[in-house]
Write a protein that binds this ligand. Sequence first.
Ligand code: IPM
Ligand code: MG
Length: 370
Amino acid sequence: MSSRHFKVAALAGDGIGPEVMREAIKVLRAAETKFGFTLQMTEAPVGWAGIDAAGKALPEATLALCRESDAILFGSVGLPDRDPTLPKEERPERAALLRIRKEFGLFANLRPVTLPKALAAACPLTPSRQGAGINILVVRELTGGMYFGQPKQTGTLPDGQRRAVDTMVYTTTEIERIAHVGFQAARLRHKKLTSIDKANVLENGILWRETVTQIGKQYPEVALEHMFVDNAAMQLILRPTQFDVLLCENMFGDILSDEAAALGGSLGLLPSASLGATHGGNTFGFYEPAGGTAPDLAGRDLANPIAQILSGALMLRHSFGLNEAAEAIENAVTQAINAGCRTGDIFNPDEPTARRVGTRAMGDAIVAAL
Ligand code: IPM
Ligand code: MG
C-alpha cells in the first residue's frame, strides 16, 4: 500500500443508504483529485441488500472485501417492516452491524456533535442555552457492556412467565483502552473529559469510575469529572456548553449520542467513526452516519447526505491520516450550509436565505464548495 492509495469497502445498505452513499462517494472523488490521493472503492451489499442478493445480511463476499480493505464506509441497515420476518440473530442490525463491530474489534466509537452557527434555529434549545456554541465529542465504548454480555437470552419460567436477561460486563482492560481514547481526544480539544457512569447503583459503574480515575493520572493536562448518566442526560439539555468529551460505556453512549445529535441540529448531520487497535501506524475503521435507514425518506431525494459525507471525512482523517482533505470536506459542508442549502430535516421557512434542496443538490453544493 503506497501512502496515498487506500482500499475502501463501500457498503451502502438499505433505505436511504444508497442515495447518501452516492453523494459521499461523489465528494470523496472530488477530494481525491484536489488532494492527490486515490481510493479504490468497491461497493458490496449488506443488510437487506445482502439478504436479497446473497441470502445473508453480511454475505461472505462482503465480509471478505472488508477484510482486505483499509477501511469500511458504511451506510445503514435494517427495514422495520421486513426485520420482524427474520429470527432476531439474522436481522441486519445484529447479523451485520453488531457482527462487524465485534469481528473487527471496533471498540472506540467517536461521535462529534457541533451545531453549525447558521443552524442555531434547528437546535431545540434557546439561544441562551446554546451559549458560544455546542461542540461535544461522544466517545462510546462499542464492543462491550450490555450489547454483548453473556448470558443474553429469553426463557420461560416454570410458572409460565417469560423472562429476558441481558448482562452488563466490563473488564478493566476494556475500560482502560476506551479511557485512553477519550483522554487522548480531550487533549487535542478543550482538555476536559466527563466520564459517565451509574456508580451509585451498578457494579460496572464503580469499576468504570475507578478505572477511568486511574488512567486519568497519565493525563494530568486533562480535567476529569465524573457524572451519573441520569444527571448527564439532564445537563445536556440545561447546559450543554459545559461538555467537551463525554466518555461512555456502550449503552449509555448509544442513548446520550442521540440526545447530543438533536442539539447539533439534526441526526442527519452526525457522522461517526468506529475504530479498532492501531497496527503499524494504520487504524482500521468503520465510518457510518448515526441516523439509520429512514425508510420513509428513501428513494425520494429527501435525505440529508451530510452525515454520510462527514463520515467519509472522518475516514480520511482517522484511517488514512489525510487531515487536510478531511478538513476541506468539513469546511465545504459548512460553506454549503452557510450558503443556505437545506434538506428537509434542517429547513426552517422563517430563515430568509434558506433554500430547500434535495439529496443530490446538497451533494453538488458540497462538491462545488470543495
Ligand atoms: C447506533 C444504533 C445501533 C446501536 C443500532 C442500530 C443497533 O442505534 O449505532 O447508535 O444501538 O448501537
Ligand atoms: Mg443509537
